[in-house]
Structure formats: structure tokens, C-alpha cells
Design a binder for this molecule. Structure first.
Ligand SMILES: Nc1nc2c(ncn2[C@@H]2O[C@H](COP(=O)(O)OP(=O)(O)O)[C@@H](O)[C@H]2O)c(=O)[nH]1
Ligand SMILES: [Mg+2]
Length: 327
């Protein structure tokens, strides 16, 4: 055993040894893998853990007849990205999921109405995004499985209440994340740090119900420290929900690219969703795997200098590009 493992690792490993449920064991293995520093000295250990993990996931799937959803906190990712909504009680997390997705979690005036995570699909300009409502952050009771849910998510959206104590709520939520070794960031992902999971963060400021609250929101933005990305909305008044869709889409760092069959027009309601920075070659592979070997040429409408311009395989695509692929 290499001696340079962080102390958290030993703690999680202990829990792993004591755990019985394969699902829980697998989640703990994932956690261990995220803690181990990545370098030559840990190659063997990491490979070993990954083997164990694959085996556990496999037995889990068999035991469940194909589905390994034993825990309510294990939510299979669907669509272009999984966004976990996080925050103190009563800020409107369930109300938002209920308003913009097909899911109907309970919305209540009393705190702690939500006990299990509820996923729902929200659409932004023909892109399906998964929003996950979660039990509120509660200082008196910490749900250990939340850590796994957060680790798997593509984006953390912390929700706060403009008409409550938004600054304290944001600070508490960030502290909650940092205590669990998540480091939220805005914009480009930072370099790997052993023992820390970097996660993109968007801050949703709810209950900006009408113009009278706009000024409060501006003041809040000035008071909040650090580089945070804040988006004002009101679920009840349905204010800026489209803006929220755009903000989530941008924070997921994805682009939409459309395939245009030769001689036809592109179906603009059916985008391919790719990570920012994807090339023509990567797009082609996602359209059809035969293109991987047989792509002859590609023409582009959108970010090219002129419509229908020929582009190389390594051309980096932009959101909204239309590409005609030929074998
Ligand atoms: N004024 C106002 N109240 C809201 C808004 N969104 C939600 N609420 C109310 O806030 C309370 C808590 O909502 P809920 O979704 O259960 O909060 P959660 O605990 O974060 O899931 C409910 O009474 C909602 O009606 C909003 O945009 N404006
Ligand atoms: Mg709720």
C-alpha cells in the first residue's frame, strides 16, 4: 500500500470494508477512486479498485435483473446532462422541478417536504436536460448518499431565496459542498487536485417575483464574494425560466450540432449534443460509427467563413453549426 494516500481515503476504505450492500460498496469504491491521487505509484491500486467496481456493478445488475437502481439516490443520467438542485429548505427547489419538468415533487410551505431525490426532464431549445430535486440541506440530518448523487452530477445548481437570507444560504451550501470535498467552480474546469472533486456551479436566485426585487438582486450580486455565476428567477411568477435554461445549457459546456444529409436540409429539432471543443470528427462519430473510418469530406454552415465551406476533420465546432458529412 502506497503511503501517500490522503487520510480521507483510509476512512472511506474502512466504510467500504464494513459495507454489505453491493450498491453501497460500489459507491464507496467510486469515492475511493476519486480521492486517490493520480500518478504512477497508484496505478496498480486504481486498476484494482476499478476491477472491483466493475465486478460489483455487474453483480448488482444481475441481482436486479438488469437494473441496478437499488438506492433512491442512484439516478441514471438521462439527456444531455444531469443537474443536481441543492439548497436549504423552502427556497423553491421542488417548485422549480415541478414547473419546468414532467416530474411533480411535493411543494410545501413547511420545510423538509422532500425526502428522496426526484428527477425530471427539462427542455431547452430541443435539448433535454435532467434536473434532480433533492432533500434540502439540513444541519441536523446529513444524508450520506447525497455525496454520491453530487459526484455523479454534471452540474450543481445551488438554489437560494432572495426574500430569505440568500447570502447565508449560499455560504451554507458552499460549506456543505466543501466539507464533502467538492470544490465548486465557474467557467473552465480547474486542474485535477487529489482528494477534491471539482464541480461546475450555478447559483439560482429564486423568488425575484417582480421588478421591485430586481434591485435587491443587483445588491446581492455585489455582496456575494468570489467568482459566482448567479441567475435570477421566480418560479411562481415564471420569470426568466428561459434564461435559466440558457444558463444551465451554458454551464454544462455543451454545444448543439445538426446533421445535414447531402441534398437535404438539416432537422433543426434534432440536435446532436457534444461537449464544447468537439471536432468534426467527433461529431461524425456520434452521428454514425461508420463515419469514423469512412468520412470523406465535411461541409459546414454556421461558424465557417462562408456557407457550405469544406472543413477538416479537426475543425472545432460551435453551438448551432450544421454539418454535411459524406462517406
Ligand atoms: N414568492 C415565491 N414563493 C415561491 C417561489 N417558488 C416557490 N415558492 C414557495 O416557496 C415554498 C417552498 O417551496 P418548495 O418548492 O417546497 O421548496 P424546497 O424546500 O426548496 O423544495 C412554497 O410555499 C412555494 O410556493 C417563488 O418564485 N416566489
Ligand atoms: Mg423540496
Amino acid at each position: 500500500m502506497p503511503t501517500n494516500l490522503p487520510p480521507e481515503y483510509t476512512k472511506v476504505e474502512q466504510r467500504f470494508r464494513q459495507a454489505r450492500d453491493p450498491e453501497e460498496k460500489a459507491d464507496l469504491l467510486e469515492e475511493m477512486l476519486s480521492i486517490i491521487p493520480k500518478h504512477k505509484g497508484t496505478d496498480h491500486l486504481r486498476a484494482d479498485l476499478r476491477r472491483k467496481l466493475a465486478k460489483l456493478r455487474d453483480t448488482g445488475a444481475k441481482a436486479k435483473g438488469g437494473s441496478r437502481q437499488t438506492s433512491a439516490f442512484h439516478i441514471d443520467r438521462e439527456g444531455a446532462g444531469q443537474v443536481v438542485l441543492l439548497g436549504p429548505p423552502n427556497v423553491g427547489k421542488s417548485a422549480l422541478v415541478s414547473a419546468v419538468t414532467n416530474a411533480r415533487p411535493e411543494v410545501a410551505e413547511y420545510a423538509m417536504a422532500t425526502w428522496t431525490p426526484t428527477p425530471g426532464m427539462m427542455e431547452f431549445e430541443h435539448v433535454q436536460i435532467q434536473l434532480v430535486d433533492t432533500p434540502s440541506i439540513n444541519p441536523d440530518y446529513v444524508e450520506p448518499e447525497m455525496v454520491n448523487l453530487i459526484r455523479r452530477a454534471d452540474l450543481i445548481a445551488v438554489m437560494i431565496d432572495l426574500q430569505g437570507f440568500p447570502i447565508e444560504q449560499l455560504e451554507e451550501s458552499i460549506a456543505y459542498l466543501q466539507e464533502r470535498r467538492f470544490e465548486p467552480y465557474v467557467g473552465e474546469p480547474p486542474e485535477d487536485t487529489p482528494g477534491i472533486t471539482h464541480k461546475p456551479l450555478l447559483v439560482i436566485v429564486n423568488k425575484v417575483d417582480d421588478e421591485r426585487f430586481d434591485e435587491d438582486f443587483d445588491v446581492l450580486c455585489e455582496l456575494i464574494e468570489g467568482n459566482r455565476s448567479l441567475i435570477p428567477i421566480s418560479v411562481n411568477a415564471r420569470r426568466n425560466l428561459d434564461g435559466l435554461g440558457r444558463a444551465i445549457f451554458d454551464a454544462l459546456r455543451i454545444i448543439r450540432v445538426y446533421s445535414k444529409p447531402p441534398g437535404e436540409s438539416a432537422d433543426l429539432t434534432a440536435p446532436f449534443v457534444l461537449p464544447i471543443g468537439s471536432t468534426v470528427e467527433e461529431f461524425a462519430a456520434s452521428v454514425h460509427r461508420d463515419f469514423v473510418d469512412n468520412l470523406k469530406s465535411a461541409r459546414l454552415w454556421g461558424s465557417a467563413q462562408f456557407d457550405g465551406q469544406m472543413v477538416a476533420r479537426d475543425y472545432v465546432l460551435q453551438d448551432g453549426d450544421i454539418v454535411e458529412l459524406r462517406m
